[in-house]
Design a protein around this ligand. Structure first.
Ligand SMILES: [Zn+2]
Length: 281
């Protein structure tokens, strides 16, 4: 593997704070991003437990993949981590503590835009050392019915994504992006999570999304969007955002062309595990 392809280690240059509503609890969640030593990786910590009970952002700590990714270590868990991981990975932050005072990350506006604004280039500090990325040399795929994710060899990282619904408002959307920071921050990070009006009402009624509102999701009604989309294909862009965050759970960058069709967190995590099994992680 070429040394030129290695990724420099980096952390946050200073403490970065954020707060917002937790989608699950509906209460305010306060988060601090803290510098870490090289080799730490991205590690979630709870404000009350500190570094005594860390949860590394790795596939082996995934405990739930419905609606969002939850990590756990038997003592506590942290929900909705995928947008945070997407921003950190695309900003090149390899080592940092992410401290929360709740068992979830803030949902913000349902996208990664708030975090993207916090993590500008000045918020990142280079550390000694580097990480050799995994390079896809033979295809890896996971298939579940009509859903799949495949990784193919490619000189640079790329993501193609297809979603297909029979719903008249969104139907089929296709996106194809080089996985580069400039593209991520302008085209992908602002895309909000989405839901169908009837499902959103059911989620809120059942108490599973106490913080859910039109402020943190693009909501799709029977004949049109309930709130204004940021992009005509905002839904598929958000799926790309989720995939990028979930891919970061592999723990090292991966260079390949990823093609995902109708995937989601469960298939993303299955793909990560299949990839690591094939590539010896
Ligand atoms: Zn998401």
């Amino acid at each position: 593997m070429s040394a030129a392809m290695d990724i420099p280690r980096a952390t946050v240059s200073r403490e970065i704070r954020a707060e917002g509503i937790g989608i699950h609890s509906g209460e305010t969640v306060r988060v601090r991003f803290l510098p870490a030593e090289p080799g730490t990786g991205i590690v979630f910590i709870h404000a009350a437990r500190g570094r005594r009970s860390p949860i590394p952002a790795r596939l082996e700590h995934v405990v739930e993949t419905h609606f969002a990714v939850t990590l756990g270590n038997g003592e506590w868990k942290i929900m909705t981590i995928e947008h945070v991981l997407a921003v950190l990975s695309m900003r090149g932050v390899t080592d940092a503590y992410v401290e929360s005072d709740a068992e979830e990350m803030p949902i913000f506006d349902g996208s990664a835009r708030t975090l993207a604004r916090l993590f500008d280039e000045a918020s990142v500090a280079t550390l000694p050392g580097s990480i050799a990325p995994y390079v896809v040399t033979t295809p890896v795929n996971v298939v579940e019915g009509d859903k799949f994710i495949v990784a193919l060899p490619s000189p640079t990282a790329r993501l193609s994504y297809i979603i297909a619904y029979t719903h008249p408002v969104i139907q089929t959307q296709y996106a194809d992006y080089p996985l580069e920071p400039s593209v991520f921050f302008s085209e992908i990070a602002p895309a909000r999570t989405y839901g169908f009006e009837k499902d959103v009402q059911m989620l809120i009624a059942s108490g599973l999304a106490k913080g859910g509102s039109l402020d943190n999701a693009l909501v799709i009604g029977e004949t049109g969007y309930i709130n204004e989309p940021r992009f005509p294909d905002e839904c598929v862009r958000h799926k790309a955002l989720d995939f990028i965050g979930d891919l970061a759970l592999i723990g090292r960058p991966v260079v390949g062309h990823f093609i995902a069709c109708k995937a989601g967190h469960t298939l993303d995590v299955a793909f990560g595990r299949t990839f690591l099994a094939a590539y010896g992680g």
